[in-house]
Design a protein around this ligand. Sequence first.
Ligand SMILES: *Cc1c(COP(=O)(O)O)cnc(C)c1O
Length: 391
Amino acid sequence: MSHPVRGRFGPFGGQYVPETLMGALEELEGLWHEAKADPQFQLELAGHRHAFVGRPTPLYAATRLGEHFGGAHIHLKREDLCHTGAHKLNNALGQALLALRMGKKRLIAETGAGQHGVAVATVAARFGLECTVYMGTEDMHRQSMNVRRMKLLNAEVCEVTTGTRTLKDATSEAIRDWVTNVGTTHYIIGSVVGPHPYPELVRDLQRVIGDEAREQYLQADGKLPDAVIACVGGGSNAIGMFTAFLEDRDVTLIGVEAGGSGVKSGKHAASLVGGRPGVLHGTYSYLLQDGDGQILPTHSISAGLDYPGVGPEHAFLRDTERVEYVAVTDKDAVAAFKLCTRLEGIMPALEPSHALHHAGVLARQFGPGGRILVCLSGRGDKDMDSVESYE
Ligand SMILES: *Cc1c(COP(=O)(O)O)cnc(C)c1O
């Protein structure tokens, strides 16, 4: 797919940031293009991906789930088996190597569910870098285990008490820190959001998911799946999965957003299904906003999907209709979490449980011949309390 304007996906994307950050964004963009083309860097990245992250992650045939849904073939790309339990480390690792290349000794990050914070704290420990993670009070309560993990990894966890005290506010605080300390600090944003070059950089670091999965699927089945499904918060595991399949016109791509209590209820986090375009955190994309452009409070049972915006490339893929976006409710996600755990012995995170529910809907439509690939973006240990206390 061609993107004629630098840093834009159609009208979406851009760099809506204070003047003081423009230099750092340009430096990052230049450095990434240089590193991408450097065989030494690629070799180093591949080495860490293998020995530290645990790549390649397996492709798994979920036969009992498939039978349950009427006989379709469902495969899971096992990002839950990445070190620290989710795909987030793919991005954090690559950006930590870039920080080292820039000579920056301090990493900062925002986090919602805490998975990205844990990933950044982990690479900071691995490479001997200082680390500060911003997290909303609300999320610190919901995900206290990850707070403890970050602290044990020697990261400073800064509690964010402003606004809705969730991911949106943590992101604003992280950007504020970066503006102040840009000379010494690299900001590792956790998804394909934020100003250019982050949406491209994070996509490039996550596309390993789809590149591996496409090859593994062909190896296992001899042809491509009918549909590929991934959950969408900011959109990094989904873009990481979809990028390899964009040119495969016969493969249906579906992004699943957090429908919360239902899109009509207003209590959800489905920016592409229920929002409209605007600017947040440096980029122009779909947002949940009121008539005055004020950001609306979001709701999802999964902290990792609880963000009012979405990556600008997804906005473009939505408007050009290459990817279809749907919303799945808390209730359906919890049911899919339980089903996958009981039928497969794999406890998925609540985020990809949204995608698993939709895989079930699609499997019933397709029938026994259907072939579906799902990105299992993370494991569900962190979500046991949320699932047990639901209703
Ligand atoms: C953070 C997270 C997500 C949502 O982030 P994306 O950038 O949309 O991928 C999804 N699944 C898991 C397991 C996560 O930790």
